[in-house]
Design a protein around this ligand. Structure first.
Ligand SMILES: [Zn+2]
Length: 548
């Protein structure tokens, strides 16, 4: 595909699959626009990696033509990678006040505040990024100020929904702007790129209003200490918990760093205005048990979160026990089940009662159900539908709804470049894709050599052989062998291995001893041979050659 034609194209780089890290690209002529830049949390199948993000190499190679990055909302899977990838992208960012506030804190932690230009766009606002004529449409989601993005191009209108749902009473922020979607439908929409996460749930979405009523009844009926865990960014839910606590005559304490950060961003943007300031966790201990509700991070079983530490009785300030209740006001993200169950089990062992959305209406999803998606198709009436953000069964279910509505669905894999105009709407090329892993402070390719070695060490251990030689390449002293994660230094097998490695080194022919590289390779082979098949494993093998 030429990068310089006058057409319009769409390219998802990371929204497909179990770990939905959203990074979407649009091309108009030769200019690119990015929408969202998120991280994903790895599941049990990649223990060597916790935080993942899409490899942006395709757009980094075209960064001179990248006009900007638009953020639809302040969730980690939509903006969590910005602070990590911005140094490679180097473009201006466009976001609503709340998303900008959340992003600024992350950029501050990465010492990027000065470099990054954030254009703050009001919800529903219109703005231009290079040749892209853009407008936000406010939608309801489980975070304030979520926006769909409308791209008005010479080739037609594209509606990029972002994450959204219908909720006539979202409690915080306006409901999804139905009239704006309908007006676009009247005008004619070329394609709608639509969130698929919750599309397999039938019927219309449940409302935050119902959660508020149910939570108020529940908290009013309980005695003892009450702790509620939910996502820190769900400001409507935090307001729901705070108001339910207020109605029961309880004060609200927030526990956990991400909640304290989000509280600052929310109040900075005018949210939680009629909720009294939250108390600190130190203040919680001076209150009688029946006069406190704690909002706590850790609904996904994150091991370092406040709730996990409370469950294992290792939290410095808060403890829960017999007669207390923990309410999970959240869903379990697939992959986290085991960790969440472990925390719930620890709590139960301490005598704490655990309540979830199976017991009471204490959570509703922020994502559009199948019913919501049907209704949006009726409003927008696009010619083409591009389901994104979900696993294949979600994308396929979304496509089925499109077909039912007379809209032609197009299913894309990450990296598929979809030509939208001129000519046929079809995949015309493929961009390189991949994942980067945040490893300490560095980004490493998931399929690169370092992590491949890490995986091998994790399962098979590592064997290191060290030896010193003179100018001629003859051994000085005894070699050393260590095998951390495989053999104890005191293990007799270690001394046997060391001895056999020494013998095998002696047998290396003279002509291989002159050059360090060939000598090292021969020594590695010698070490592998000494290791033999006794351990019935294939550990990573390396040697240190010292020429003295
Ligand atoms: Zn979201």
């Amino acid at each position: 595909m030429s990068d310089t034609n006058d057409g319009l194209a769409f390219l998802p780089l990371g929204g497909t699959g179990e770990i939905g890290m959203n990074l979407n690209l649009y091309r108009l002529g030769s200019t690119w626009l990015a929408i969202d830049c998120g991280i994903g949390f790895s599941g049990n199948d990649t223990p060597e990696a916790e935080i993942l993000m899409p490899d942006p190499v395709f757009i980094v190679e075209r960064k001179a033509d990248l006009a900007g990055l638009v953020i639809t909302h302040a969730h980690e899977d939509h903006l969590g990678a910005v602070a990590h990838l911005w140094p490679r992208l180097g473009c201006p960012i466009y976001a609503t006040p709340f998303a900008a506030s959340v992003l600024r804190r992350k950029l501050g932690e990465a010492h990027l505040t000065q470099q990054v230009k954030i254009h703050v766009i009001a919800p529903g606002g219109a703005f231009n990024v290079g040749p892209f004529d853009l407008r936000f449409i406010p939608v309801t989601h489980s975070v304030p100020e979520a926006q769909a993005v409308v791209l008005r191009t010479p080739h037609g209108i594209i509606v990029h929904t972002g994450d959204w749902k219908f909720d006539p009473q979202p409690m915080v922020g306006p409901p999804t702007d139905v009239a704006a979607f309908e007006a676009l439908g009247d005008e004619g929409v070329l394609a709608m790129v639509c969130d698929s996460t919750n599309v397999m749930t039938q019927g219309p979405s449940a409302s935050e209003f119902d959660v508020r009523r149910s939570m108020t009844d529940l908290i009013g009926s309980l005695s003892g200490r009450i702790a509620v865990t939910c996502f820190a960014s769900n400001v409507a839910r935090i307001e729901t918990i705070a108001k339910a606590a207020q109605a029961a005559g309880r004060s609200v304490v927030i526990v956990g760093r991400s909640l304290r950060n989000l509280d600052v961003s929310a109040r900075e943007c005018g949210y939680l205005a009629d909720v009294p300031p939250f108390l600190s966790e130190q203040e919680a201990n001076s209150l009688p048990d029946d006069e406190v509700v704690m909002i706590i991070t850790g609904s996904q079983g994150e091991p370092r979160s406040a709730l996990s530490r409370i469950a294992s009785d290792s939290h410095p300030n808060i403890s829960l026990g017999e007669g207390d209740t923990v309410i999970y006001s959240s869903r379990m993200i697939p992959g986290n089940e085991q960790a969440v169950m472990q925390v719930q089990d620890n709590l139960t062992r301490r005598g704490v009662r655990v309540l979830t959305d199976r017991d009471h209406l204490v959570h509703v999803s922020g994502h559009a159900t199948g019913g919501d998606v049907r209704r949006l198709f009726d409003l927008v009436r696009p010619r083409f539908a591009v389901p994104v953000h979900g696993e294949w069964r979600h994308l396929t279910a979304n496509a089925a709804i499109a077909r039912e509505k007379g809209v032609l669905p197009i299913l894309l894999e990450d990296g598929d470049i979809l030509n939208l105009a001129p000519g046929a709407v079809e995949v015309v090329d493929t961009a390189p894709t991949g994942r980067l892993v945040l490893d300490g402070g560095r980004l490493l390719p998931m399929n690169g050599g370092v992590l491949a070695a890490r995986r091998r060490m994790l399962f098979n251990g590592i064997v290191m052989g060290s030896f010193a030689v003179d100018d001629e390449g003859y051994l000085i002293g005894d070699p050393k062998v260590s095998a951390p994660g495989l053999l104890d230094p005191e293990d007799p097998e270690t001394s046997r291995l060391t001895e056999e490695f020494g013998n095998a080194l002696d047998e290396i022919p003279d002509e291989l001893r002159r050059d360090d590289n060939t000598f090292r390779e021969a020594a590695k082979t010698a070490l592998r041979r000494a290791l033999g098949r006794k351990l019935q494993k294939r550990p990573l093998v390396d040697v240190h050659l010292l020429r003295v």
